[in-house]
Design a protein around this ligand. Sequence first.
Ligand code: PGA
Length: 223
Amino acid sequence: MFNKQVWIIANFKANKNLKATLEWVDLVGPKIYRESQVNVVVCPDFVALEEVKKAIQVGNYPLLLGAQDLSPFPPGAYTGEEPAQDLKTLIDLVIIGHSERRKNFGETDAQVREKVDQANKAGIKALVCVQSVDTPVPEGCQLVAFEPVFAIGTGQPDNPGDAERVAEQLRSKYGEKLEVLYGGSVTSANSQEFLRQSNISGLLIGTASLEAKEFLAILEQLN
Ligand code: PGA
């Protein structure tokens, strides 16, 4: 349906425990099409990563694994942090600079840059969340998600045409190689409209990713 690589990324935030996460993986994993242009990624919380990795291997699912954050520092005396060096054996991708982290944890553009550096050094794909065309995209980052704050978790998505304009501006600012996803109140009812936009290469999905059935409805429309 699309002549581009597409990313469909489930961001569970702090919503699912290990048991519920594993149930979701075993419902969604077998239904993901192989050899398609769609990269499907699940981002559970840190404690689930190891078990989810095993479940993906045991089920041989074409499902990629992501984390929702990582440390801006290398391994060392940084209590509570998860260094990229430790995560790299588990994950393919990491979400960096989500607006919830910027708002609730005071994460700065400088820290986002450090985290992207750590991810790149470890060979983990960095997905940086930008809240507008003015949010800086660090050097070495090729994947961003445009997530207007008003649209996150509110049931009020951005207008697909407006999101397309921001995606286009981001790509003209940082280069055509930049892949831009959209996130913010995506559901199976509006996902196609966003993916139809020529500068939008995928979706970062929070609430609608939590129910396997709704997430699968989004994937099924792609096949
Ligand atoms: P939402 O969250 O789909 O619930 O709006 C998206 C996000 O925060 O990444």
